[in-house]
Design a protein around this ligand. Sequence first.
Ligand code: ZN
Length: 315
Amino acid sequence: MTTEPLFFKPVFKERIWGGAALADFGYHIPSVRTGECWAFAAHKNGQSVVQNGMYKGFTLCELWEHHRYLFGQLEGDCFPLLTKILDADQDLSVQVHPNDEFAKIHENGELGKTECWYIIDCEKDAEIIYGHNAKTKEELISMIELGEWDELLRRVKVKPGDFFYVPSGTVHAIGKGILVLETQQNSDTTYRLYDYERKNAEGNMRELHLEKSLEVIEVPSISDRHTIQYEQTDDLLTTTFVECAYFTVEKWRLTGAATLKQQKPFLLVSVIEGEGRMISGVNTNTFKKGDHMLLPYGFGVFKLEGRAECIVSHL
Ligand code: ZN
């Protein structure tokens, strides 16, 4: 049992749509086209590593494989969640993800992908694509064949603090000028439906996956009906955005001091604003914007002090 939070060092991914905003979190980003920070990542395409304490140097995968007690002996082949921060300097392509059943059959046993977004920051009038307007599969196919993308795709204006639940089968895209924290199933299975007919420097368009997209898109589009709940504990306001089969995601807003108890198999805490201290057992750790802490199973009672905002997830 450990009462020390595990701080994870993220992995950065350069993307053609990325920018430089992730530097504002205190990260040494590889370039001004840095699109993704993989904060809690135990995937073959990216692994974050513990940077403190007795587990220093271990990847999240290794902890899951060999130190399963840190996660309350949860079952499963791989760590279930993936947390990213994305900086979209350009529009991302329009995509859709399969569910677990489809991915298992068609993607070599990969998991499906249900995800959700917390908008950390955005430009004025920034938009996402969230769902579509076709009422039947036939209409969906016909609108795509005719290239009626403006009519088909639902655009939604966003502002900082907004939250969007994106279950598998939802057509979606993050628009330019948006900084988002994404919590998702641990999967990288994406079908690209539309890329605005963009060409790269060599004059090529990125590959689309129309057939598979059409198989997995939910028709009609599911609307977002998550109910938000609030709970105040001392000087900490917890906003629960979503509780689904794959994850629960909440925001902690700390404005002083609060005593809490970690009662889950694990908690993933990403600090998106401010700073503070965490006192747990004999340990005192400071944290600041850009830190990502895993509080393992049996972490017990802990105290938070400071002014900070965190996005927190658990099963
Ligand atoms: Zn996605």
